[in-house]
Write a protein of this length. Structure first.
Length: 508
């Protein structure tokens, strides 16, 4: 997250900084005992789905343990609500809009953008990955996944690590990504009747069961994957000097969440534990981005932070001893989005390319402001036949299993199927419209009055000054970090980075 003051100096530093040389990191002073770095990363797990956050159904003892032993961030957001750009931001410490093809789900992260695993490896760390690292984009011009070389599991990784060498390990779970076995949550003892359905989803048995299925898959990540990794770490005797991070990459896979920049698409569960250095049991209110993890890891290892990184290290917050707001400059965070599954036909030209729904937002304690750069496009993806007279009716099974049946920026699910099939019922119509209809160029949500962001007040005269203020701040920070959408430097370049409709699959 960039500082709100000194933007001109920041812009000069960012745009004129020389390319980062990994060898330069070695010049930084090395601490006496560099910490291991263990990153536990879920796929589609989001705030506030954890038992320590008050949910009555889900049980996340591993996350709860790390919260007790470390620091929990209440206002952490992913840089983009889509797997690849979110992960690219984590790896590079840069906003996705600076990463060219890396801003799109089906793109790739060009090798010219330094990633923290490579920098740590050059500095003597033993680096490894299990599961989903950067993805689902292609390798592009990289020889391996940007998150590191692949290992079968954490035990194999530790067994092959040279004695005495600090490690950096990325565990990328595929949970709780869809698809789910229908009814798996209830089958494992989760009670659909106890689920609290958020007001942007219809409260019906299909949705309640779907939420339980998501909860169960999240519990698999927490209890069956992360817990054994921590147990293996404890057996090495290195728990105290390991910087442990647990989080998810974007919003949960439900309508008006993942692949949107609403709070439910970007707000992340995040806990960080380092027993030897960090005072535990603290809750921090500072606004942070998951992109801040890259400079945090480098600084914790005693390495210099590349000047091209637009993110800021969390180490000063982690080493503080108090809760609440630590850094007064961290009073907001940015999020952005380009192309998720490429389901918006470009209306100009006939080259077969498909575009996304580009937007940028700024989130503060009081407001969430959104700029939609192409409001003429469909925010959830093209309806693709939902309203065609005489069209064959879509079945529940098809909408629940094939993302590309309709509104392809919303993962196929029972919740999506029920919402679309009942969209014309009076009680459901506003919820369906919120995910189907086109949106204005500007949106503003008063988070005190409207925490679920259901009422856009951008056109309310009472909020005119706030819209102007936040728009100015957002655009200034986007320009300072070289965002083509804000600099008018070929602003639609992200639409032409080769994302093709042929990549039609559920695994996003």
């Amino acid at each position: 997250m960039i500082k709100p003051m000194g933007r001109n100096l920041l812009a000069a530093a960012v745009l004129l900084a020389p390319a980062w040389n990994a060898g330069a990191a070695l010049a930084a002073a090395e601490p006496p005992s560099r910490p291991n770095i263990l990153f536990l990363f879920a796929d589609d797990w989001a705030w506030p789905h954890a038992s320590c956050l008050g949910d009555r159904v889900i049980k996340t003892p591993t996350f709860d343990r790390l919260v007790r032993q470390g620091v929990m961030f209440r206002n952490a957001h992913c840089a983009a609500p889509s797997c690849s750009p979110s992960r690219a931001a984590v790896l590079t410490g840069q906003w996705p809009w600076r990463l060219e093809q890396g801003a799109n789900l089906k793109g790739y992260l060009p090798a010219k953008f330094a990633v923290y695993p490579d920098l740590l490896e050059h500095a003597g760390y033993y680096v490894g990955l299990t599961g989903k690292g950067y993805g689902p984009g292609s390798l592009g011009d990289r020889k391996r996944n940007a998150a590191g070389p692949l290992y079968k599991n954490f035990t194999d990784f530790l067994a092959q690590r040279p004695a005495g060498q600090p490690f950096c390990y990325w565990f990328g779970s595929h949970h709780p990504h869809r698809p789910y076995a229908p009814g798996c949550g209830a089958a494992h003892g989760l009670d659909p009747s106890a689920v609290q359905v958020p007001p942007y989803l219809p409260d019906c048995p299909a949705v309640r069961s779907d939420i339980c299925d998501y909860y169960y898959n999240t519990q698999v990540f927490d209890q069956e994957e992360c817990a054994p990794i921590l147990a293996a770490l404890e057996r090495t005797g290195e728990m105290d000097n390991t910087l442990i991070v647990i989080s998810g990459d974007n919003g949960w896979p439900f309508p008006r969440s993942k692949a949107t920049n609403f709070d439910t698409g970007t707000h992340q569960t995040l806990a960080i534990c380092w027993p030897a250095k960090i005072k535990g049991g603290r809750t921090v209110d500072d606004f942070v981005s998951l992109a801040d993890l890259a400079p945090t890891f480098l600084q914790a290892a005693g390495l210099a932070i590349p000047p091209t990184m637009t993110a800021r290290s969390l180490l000063p917050i982690l080493l503080a001893e108090q809760s609440g707001q630590i850094d007064p400059q961290r009073d907001h965070v940015l999020t952005g989005m380009e192309t998720h599954v490429a389901c918006h036909p470009i209306e100009t030209g006939d080259n077969g390319e498909l575009a996304g729904y580009p937007r940028r937002t700024i989130v503060t304690r009081d407001f969430h402001y959104v700029r939609n750069f192409h409001p003429e496009r469909w925010p959830g993806g093209a309806p693709e036949g939902l309203e065609k007279p005489g069209a064959q009716p879509f079945t529940f099974e098809r909408l629940a299993s094939d993302t590309f049946t309709a509104l392809a920026d919303i993962d196929a699910s029972p919740s999506k199927a029920w919402l679309l099939l009942h969209r014309n019922e009076p009680a459901v119509q506003p919820l369906a419209a919120a995910v189907m209809d086109k949106r204005p160029a500007r949106e503003l949500y008063d988070l005190h009055k409207d925490p679920y962001e259901l009422t856009n007040v951008a056109e309310d005269p009472a909020y005119a000054r706030k819209v102007q203020e936040l728009d100015g701040q957002l655009m200034a920070e986007l320009k300072a970090t070289g965002d083509p959408r804000a600099c008018n430097d070929d602003p639609d370049r992200f639409d032409h980075y080769g994302v093709q409709r042929s990549a039609r699959r559920q695994g996003k």
